[in-house]
Design a binder for this molecule. Structure first.
Ligand code: G6P
Length: 470
């Protein structure tokens, strides 16, 4: 594996890496391997291919690991000062850039680009520079570097200046904002973000829609020739079918199925209750509260579903350093409790909400899903939409937002919703719950085929191939 300088032939750079460390009371460090498309994609090139993953140390355990020189082969964690990382990650990446691309500003007072933001921007530049310097140090002559996401938009240009010999790709896992929304950013910063990415040989996106939005922003902000030196690509990302199918049938998932069935219970006629399942980070863009409100409206409009259906909602903690995320988590809990208070009976809890992350329990919910609710305001792709139909035991109907990237591939076989329309979403839930067995089975088959058409390994290797192409 590439651990000395200038050996790595393929480099990946991302804020969050494939492994994280926790420290126990006696000082021992435990490594935990993360999941997700990037991790499985990278494993496709194999550990001996001279690949290196450069990422940030994110918590105290990670920082301690860096200090002690503990590490996984093929991974280099950067110990960027905590205050710099905090400002870059929470201030610029997860507030300004995430909010712009997901169109999340909600009040007339947002956004505010003031002196504090300028200081955060300086930190974001420093943080990006740390990555560019580490990559420049580690990359072999002519190596391919795949830079990931909105945290690292400045890296491609910085790296190109340090190492003109490299093949550099940038990949955005988020949507890209429409021109008028993107131009809320201060003009100089909007230009720096675009020029940063345009320092890459290729800039790639999850769907054509986001790629076109990026091109439109480049033309509007930088001028009509802005993208001429950079190839723009599209690589959809599919579900990791082999891994998920195997993992979803391990013993710990079976145990959680038993526990969940207990919570869901049986309808008055003795049949198992139907389930509407959602699994998300507690993320503003996932639109969890409107999902709950739509479910409440379903129970209001269609009393025949009372006692016969349960909304299984898993909303796992995310970005809790940001007050607006903490408030959103509280709002999800408040609305779920309000629905249970209003409609619940001694034998029926209408909403089963879990907020503690548990991957095995998520897979158990996937298996029990009759309906999957995926209603984001905007989403780069949304892998849950692809995973649930694949794993569900009885085949499930997908209620899908037209604003999710996955809509381009799955829209024909889903029940499609406008994520802002609560009445429309309630109607879609009714339609999904009422769908006949035959149609459901047929749709599930087609959804599964579409969801697995682009396995993560292919996503990764295709990008590498394109980047190396003359
Ligand atoms: C999105 C981003 C990823 C990020 C993930 C989790 O999917 O595109 O880059 O890793 O959210 O967010 P977090 O802030 O916890 O890394």
């Amino acid at each position: 594996m590439a651990s000395t300088h200038a050996e790595a032939q393929v480099l990946v750079a991302s804020n969050r890496g494939p492994v994280s460390y926790t420290q126990d009371d006696s000082g021992g460090l435990t490594a935990k391997r993360g999941g997700g498309g990037l991790v499985s994609g990278l494993s496709a090139i194999g550990p001996d291919a001279g690949a290196l993953w450069v990422c940030s140390a994110l918590g105290d355990g990670d920082r301690e690991a860096v200090r002690r020189g503990v590490g996984e082969p093929g991974v280099r964690m950067l110990d960027i000062p905590a205050d710099v990382h905090h400002a870059a990650y929470n201030g610029v990446a997860n507030s300004a850039l995430w909010f712009v691309h997901h169109m999340l500003y909600q009040t007339p007072l947002e956004p505010v680009f003031d002196a504090e933001f300028r200081a955060q921007w300086t930190a974001y530049e420093t943080y990006n520079r740390s990555f560019a310097e580490a990559l420049a140090q580690e990359a072999a002559d002519g190596a391919a570097v795949l830079v990931q996401d909105y945290h690292l938009t400045l890296v491609p240009r910085m790296l190109r200046e340090l190492r003109p010999d490299l093949r550099i790709g940038h990949f955005s896992h988020t949507p890209w904002a429409p021109v008028d929304y993107f131009r809320m950013l201060p003009d100089d910063i909007a230009a720096k973000v675009l020029n940063g990415i345009l320092g890459a040989d290729r800039a790639a996106f999850l769907t054509r829609r986001w790629a076109d939005a990026f091109t439109a922003c480049c033309h509007a902000v930088l001028g009509p020739d802005a993208t001429s030196g950079t190839r723009i690509g599209v690589h959809g990302l599919g579900a990791d079918a082999d891994f998920l199918r195997a993992r979803a049938h391990e013993a710990d998932v079976d145990e959680r199925i038993v526990a969940l069935r207990e919570q869901i219970g049986t309808a008055p006629d003795g049949t198992p209750r139907r389930t509407i399942v959602r699994v998300d980070r507690t993320e503003l863009s996932k639109n969890i509260v409107r999902g709950l409100l739509a479910y409440r409206q379903l129970l209001d409009d269609r009393p025949e579903w009372r006692e016969r259906v349960v909304h299984v909602a898993f909303a796992y903690p995310s970005r809790q350093d940001l007050a607006v995320y903490r408030e959103y988590t509280a709002e999800v809990q408040r609305v779920a409790a309000e629905i249970n208070e209003r409609y619940g009976t001694p034998g029926w809890t209408p909403v089963v909400l879990h907020v503690k992350d548990d991957f095995a329990r998520s897979l158990a919910a996937y298996r029990l899903a009759d309906v999957a609710l995926v209603n984001p305001i905007r989403d780069g792709m949304n892998l849950v939409a692809k995973e649930v139909p694949l794993v569900s035991d009885r085949g499930c109907v997908l209620v899908l937002s037209r604003e999710a990237g996955a809509f381009e591939e799955l829209g024909d076989d889903a029940v499609v919703v406008n994520p802002y329309d609560i009445g429309g979403t309630a109607g879609a839930l009714h339609e999904a719950l009422s769908m006949g067995a035959e149609e459901r089975t047929e749709r599930t088959k087609r959804l599964t085929a579409a969801a697995t058409a682009l396995p993560p390994a292919r996503w990764f290797l295709d990008q590498l191939g394109e980047l190396r192409a003359p």
